[in-house]
Design a protein. Sequence first.
Length: 402
Amino acid sequence: MRRVGTVARHDGSPAEVLAAFLRLGCTSFGGPVAHLGYFRAELVERRRWVDEALYADIVALCQFLPGPASSQVGITLGLLRAGLPGALAAWLGFTLPSALLMLGFAYGLAHGAEFARSNWLHGLMIVAVAVVAQAVWGMATRLCPDRPRISVAVLAALLALAAPGASGQLGGIALGGLAGLLLPREAAAPAAESGLHYGPPRAVGAGLLATFFVLLAGLPLLASATGSHALALLDRFYRAGALVFGGGHVVLPLLQGATVPPGWVSNDAFLAGYGAAQALPGPLFSFATYLGAAMVPPPNGWAGGVLCLIAIYLPSALLLPGILPFWGALRRRAGAQAALRGVNAAVVGLLVAALYTPVWTSAIGAPRDFGLGLLAFLLLAVWRLPPWSVVAFAALAAGVVL
């Protein structure tokens, strides 16, 4: 991509973008932060699609928005490289490998009761404890470096535990944003002018943002009025994609609250699928494909998987092009930066709550479960082994020992 003034000229093709992101979708293990490293190595250093400054600006934008940060970075890179077709190609290439694998896992789980009760699946549930614990540890050291933000994290965790489901998550995020505005602000140099100028006209961006909020408010009413299970799925997965800050593991409690309490997916099946998702490359949001396919009421199977996958990414498809025309001015506001710091601290608290329930309470029931989880945490956090290898080890160990 080259810029003349503030106009972006696309230098690539959708086929080129699809090929690059399909490769990344098959090889990018390790979660959102690792994905950003893969993107930088492949697209900044090797292919030189964008420079370091523009890449940093894209990452800052996607960390500011709710939703899957690494997927949003990929979509934006595809947009800059080949326009709207490139954005679609980037999302499809990065998401398709893990989505297909999760769909296959759901079919295996749904068609074999013995398979669903096997010890190795219990091992996947145990390793989910270690993965979330590692996420809590890593994010806490970076996002809660002082006593005020540690306090915000603890209060957000208490709120999420006291009010399970979406209300607790929303309350924790709101608490974090408000606390960020009220707490003493860090001294910082003014943000530089954004190098990210590509986007639709402001009127179009405003329309997309309005559509985002109309769907967020209107889908629950429409689903309730019609009684349609398909609309209920669209509503709950859209809401999960729209309200999760931090991406990745933070979506776990929102999806658990959306699917397990109504009986659409059993808690054991939920955690087994979440554990399996840790072994896969690509975005964790592909877990939505598994949940849609594993549903008890229809639409389920491949149709349910596709519906839930599209629904959880739809907010990003509206927010990214909607916010681009306004991002340069917004990111320079001290208030927005302060609120974001508080929201990030609250995200850590939400992860702490998710670590306890449903992850810990459903997976750790005996000393040997705790021992296997502790060993998995050691391999992930201390020895820095790839998550897929730790997942494979835990599944094998559970099959032999448990």
